[in-house]
Design a protein around this ligand. Structure first.
Ligand code: ZN
Length: 198
């Protein structure tokens, strides 16, 4: 199929909520192929349809390492049905070339979706693995949420954005994440206690 243009941060389309797929038609299957082609061509581990200007609830991930065979996973109309634990993870995004920052994520997620043939499946990703984090990152794109909205250090994000000629942080988009913050605090306490005991 085709390698598509990836929208950059600053494009309003990235902030739009995507629509459910009513039927996994040929058009949607072609979109999945474009997403995979574009993700692999950009050396990404995930890509969501809104990033290529398609407002459908579809994303793809492949967290296999370079020496492993491709292992694409396709998510259509995904729903995160369970989430727990917390982790801090350094992330980037194909819509934010060269910008990276630490963000808050759940460590464990259970997600339900349709695969590229329209069959329902449930997948569990645990322990803050790349897969668990990547699923949350891509899922967010379907709701117009971007990784910088979960940022821990606003100043670092500002620095990263300006260094890479990207628009400034949208402060009003920063998420209030009470549940996740509580988990993060527990995590930090655990690290502190561990340090004291050493
Ligand atoms: Zn992204």
């Amino acid at each position: 199929m085709a390698i598509r243009k990836i929208l950059r941060y600053g494009d309003d389309f990235l902030r739009k909520e995507a629509k459910d797929v009513h039927k996994v038609s040929k058009k949607i299957q072609d979109l999945v192929i474009d997403l995979l082609d574009t993700m692999y061509a950009s050396n990404g581990v995930g890509l969501a349809a809104p990033q290529i200007g398609e407002g459908y609830r579809v994303f793809v991930v492949d967290v296999s390492s370079n020496d492993e065979p491709y292992n694409p996973i396709v998510f259509i109309n995904p729903k995160i049905i369970k989430k727990s634990g917390a982790t801090i993870s350094r992330e980037g995004c194909l819509s934010f070339p060269e910008a990276y920052t630490d963000v808050k994520r759940y460590s464990n997620v259970m997600i339900k979706a349709l695969d590229r043939k329209g069959r329902s499946f449930v997948l569990e990703a645990k322990d803050g693995t790349l897969l668990a984090r990547c699923i949350q990152h891509e899922y967010d794109h379907l709701d117009g949420v971007l990784f910088v909205d979960h940022a821990i250090d606003k100043f670092e994000v500002e620095e990263q954005l300006s260094k890479n000629n990207l628009p400034p942080l949208e402060i009003n988009r920063i998420l209030e994440e009470k549940e996740l913050d509580e988990e993060i605090n527990k995590l930090l306490e655990k690290i502190d206690t561990k340090n004291e005991n050493e």
